[in-house]
Design a protein around this ligand. Structure first.
Ligand code: SF4
Length: 281
């Protein structure tokens, strides 16, 4: 069996930079991470072992007791940021610059009087961080959820990890449902996500099955899995190399390998090594 790794895969610079910031913190016990730093169990376990307090994403409405708070790469709203600083907390901000760009785009559209439509998942922390600062908005994750909005100007932005093809279909539906409105689209999908989606599409032309490495709750990882399913290619979603079962690859001549943006390089390497070992038997 041949193993082909996607041309663009694994950890993005936003997650890498956040992890570097945390690795430099000398007293993790006095620091609370405000939500999951990344949606990756391997990384979260390592942070817990070092002594960081971790606030569950469903509890981000409360003020943590720790004096220092890490804002994750997914970002938070200005409203929440002010609440934390007003409570005397020191913020360690690892918000990805591409998430900051999304916040800025949504705010500028809103300030200019446009009704803001965010393409993404309403229950995703990144999207919640954006909409928390907006007065009037809609969040849509599929063509079916698009409506007619009470505005002559509509500004459209997108969750950074949303698939470009799905976003394009939703944009088209927004135009169809709001034929008299002026629609302004700001492309806020992040380049690492685009690169990984494109690399996977190219990989799918060459393989009979794909192993996707990444957290079970990781949005961008689940999207990679979904892309394989939509193309009718067998897909195995794992978080660690120990989950690989050699029998999955019976009759497979070429297997592809890719990973979500929060997957550690060493995790991806371990999976690659195990796949290569399976392939050589
Ligand atoms: S997936 Fe994109 S937006 Fe999210 S942290 Fe990585 S580079 Fe930044």
């Amino acid at each position: 069996m041949k193993v082909i790794t996607a041309a663009a895969t694994g950890m993005c610079f936003g997650v890498r930079d956040a992890l570097v910031t945390l690795s430099d913190i000398e007293q993790p016990q006095s620091v609370a991470i405000y939500g999951e730093l990344v949606h990756n169990e391997v990384v979260l376990h390592q942070l817990q072992t070092r002594g960081f307090q971790q606030v569950a994403e469903t509890e981000r409405t409360s003020i943590p007791a720790a004096p220092q708070i890490v804002i994750t790469a997914h970002g938070i709203s200005n409203r929440r940021r002010h609440e934390l600083t007003a409570a005397g907390k020191t913020l360690i901000d690892t918000t990805c610059p591409l998430v900051t760009r999304l916040h800025r785009a949504a705010r500028e559209l809103s300030d200019s009087g446009a009704f803001v439509v965010v393409i993404g998942r309403a229950d995703h922390v990144e999207v919640q961080g954006v909409t928390d600062d907006l007065e009037s908005f809609a969040v849509v994750r599929s063509v079916d959820e698009v409506g007619t909005y009470p505005a002559t100007r509509i500004g459209v932005v997108c969750q950074t990890t949303f698939p470009t093809t799905d976003a394009a279909a939703i944009r088209q539906q927004i135009a169809t449902c709001n034929p008299t409105a002026t629609i302004q689209w700001t492309d806020t999908i992040c380049q690492p996500t685009k690169d990984r989606q494109q690399a996977l599409n190219e990989l799918l032309d060459q393989v009979q099955a794909v192993v996707v490495v990444g957290g079970r709750q990781s949005h961008n990882t689940l999207r990679l899995v979904n892309t394989c399913r939509q193309r009718g290619v067998a897909v195995f979603h794992i978080e660690q190399s120990t989950e690989l079962d050699p029998h999955w690859f019976d009759g497979i001549a070429t297997v592809g390998l890719t990973a979500g943006t929060s997957t550690l390089p060493e995790t991806l390497q371990q999976v690659h090594d195990r796949l290569t070992a399976i392939a050589s038997h």
